[in-house]
Ligand binder design. Sequence first.
Ligand SMILES: C[S@@+](CC[C@H](N)C(=O)[O-])C[C@H]1O[C@@H](n2cnc3c(N)ncnc32)[C@H](O)[C@@H]1O
Length: 376
Amino acid sequence: MINTIRTYREEKNITQETLANMIGITRRSVISIENGKTMPSIDIVFKISQALKVPIDKLYYPETATDKLVDNIKFIDLFCGIGGFRFACNRTLKRLGIKGECVFSSDIDIYARESYNANFGEYPTGDITRVDAKDIPDHDLLFAGFPCQPFSIIGLGKGFDDTRGTLFFEIARIIKEKQPKAFVLENVKRLVGHNKGQTLSTILSILRDLDYFVDYKVINALDCGLPQKRERVIIIGSKKPFNMNWSIKAENPKTLEDILEKNVPDKYYASQAIVEKRKAMHTSKYPISIWHENKAGNISSYPYSCALRAGASYNYLLVNGERRLTPREMLRLQGFPDDFNIVVNDSQIRKQAGNAVPVDLVSCVLDNFIPLIFTE
Ligand SMILES: C[S@@+](CC[C@H](N)C(=O)[O-])C[C@H]1O[C@@H](n2cnc3c(N)ncnc32)[C@H](O)[C@@H]1O
């Protein structure tokens, strides 16, 4: 049996300890129940259902999956940017021996479309708000790293229509029409706490109302083998019940040294005045570090980069307090391969790298998620 107890408990911000106290068992028993190691009595399942305010029939499902993976997965890449999801999906599918086919992509930004074409040989469709969902080819898996626009209008309690005017609405209407087997969505960590959690819970309940089992987790690119602290919420959903294993296994984690270029043109060096000012304020304890200036002007340094940002000031990240990152270094920090073709100017590629989803973060998720869902 698959159970969704952990998903609902975390969503309701209830600790294992609290749940254990609510139903009169030990925390260890809660862990064992959530991991599927213990099948609780119907009496305990009833108490869990009352404590989490979730109907019993939403807590347990029979396991139907076989071990045999499908041969082929068709996917679409919404808000595709420079294709972070597509690189990650191709990487995971190759590892799993599954053939992948991207059947639709979309981005409104002409420069992002140029970069995407230079790397995948196809120009994405433009503004998704103008695309009739019926015109999108059938697919098994939908990806969308939707922009972190203000979410203030979501969460007024009106459900699906409540999100009209947001880009999440575009995703929901496409899922509603096309009913893919599964989806993976990405957004900034801030979404989780927005409007005291109300915004995310509206998004999750809309996805559930579209007949999907849903789970989510905040994941840090640092834990996925990239030397960048970048926390993102990943929302996954499937027609089939699943018990996601969110433990991340980063193979061959990269260090800053792996990322930094050896010969860097002078244009990336900050002015002497800036370097002197920084060094008067801060001394790093690391031999190789990235210096980060926060909004208040304070400097800190780490043996990894803080999150790349699309619209950040020019010098807010400086390698060893001296120079800006090159475009190739920014792409590497986001997990893009070295054969990524750069065809736009520095300012566009900085924006594109800053907007992208870390490739390794998505592939870590897909390595666990795809084998759960895409079995015959
Ligand atoms: C957070 S970025 C996603 C980046 C992408 N995941 C990647 O790895 O590069 C959001 C993207 O949504 C695009 N976008 C914004 N509004 C859009 C719209 N109405 N239709 C299509 N794309 C849109 C932006 O141009 C931007 O590239």
